[in-house]
Design a protein around this ligand. Structure first.
Ligand code: SF4
Ligand code: SF4
Length: 96
């Protein structure tokens, strides 16, 4: 386990880093080239509940200005975030 995770266990949501995986040092090079669909966020519908942020298996959803932002350099297009959002703020769209 990375030292970050051993030494700094978050107790509240605000203590969780902006990018969960980046700050733990796991992602070092772009790896989303094979994705064929991508999640798009409707910021008007997003209420910033962070469910998608907590459920993304790759930790590539960031907290940003009370809402979220997705890093497409690392998102795999799995669609879990879209399934997680009960407000329909995330939709999967085909890559062009
Ligand atoms: S789950 Fe939906 S409403 Fe909640 S932060 Fe994610 S996109 Fe926004
Ligand atoms: S599609 Fe998958 S990898 Fe990409 S942001 Fe959503 S949950 Fe994370």
């Amino acid at each position: 386990m990375k030292p970050y995770l051993r030494e700094k266990v978050p107790k509240t949501l605000s203590e969780i880093p902006e990018y969960t995986v980046f700050e733990a040092g796991y992602l070092v090079s772009k790896n989303a080239g094979w994705r064929n669909v991508r999640p798009t966020v409707d910021k008007a519908k997003c209420v910033g509940c962070l469910k998608c942020y907590l459920c993304c298996p790759d930790g590539v959803i960031a907290k940003q200005d009370g809402k979220i932002a997705i890093d497409y350099d690392f998102c795999k297009g799995c669609g879990i975030c879209a399934k997680t959002c009960k407000l329909g703020a995330i939709e999967m769209e085909a890559e062009i």
